[in-house]
Design a protein around this ligand. Structure first.
Ligand SMILES: [Zn+2]
Length: 99
């Protein structure tokens, strides 16, 4: 349906070195157009539904963004630590496969 949830953090594009605030979108949660910034609580159950009663202590989601400078698709890991959004990281595996 084109819905997703968004995570915001500063990243550096591995293709052109452009640093910017990425909006990484993932469909691995409930796709309720929720927005998360560093430190925000991310609560969801094992099926990905965002609920108040569940917290994932730590884990990793995946999502994508498109660099506004060079237009490359960037695959990112979305790190969750102790139930809070801890930041984005470019997925080096995907970068290798796409380059
Ligand atoms: Zn770029």
């Amino acid at each position: 349906m084109g819905l997703f949830d968004s995570f915001y953090d500063n990243i550096v594009c591995p293709y052109c070195q452009h640093e910017y605030e990425a909006e990484v979108q993932t469909k691995q949660l409930e796709n309720m157009l929720a927005e998360f910034r560093k430190g925000d609580e991310v609560r969801f159950d094992l099926r990905g539904a965002i609920k108040n009663n569940y917290v994932v202590a730590s884990g990793c989601l995946e999502g994508i963004d498109i660099c506004p400078e060079c237009k490359q698709t960037l695959c990112c890991k979305i790190h969750i630590h102790s139930g809070k959004f801890a930041g984005l990281e470019i997925d080096p595996r995907t970068f290798y496969m796409m380059s």
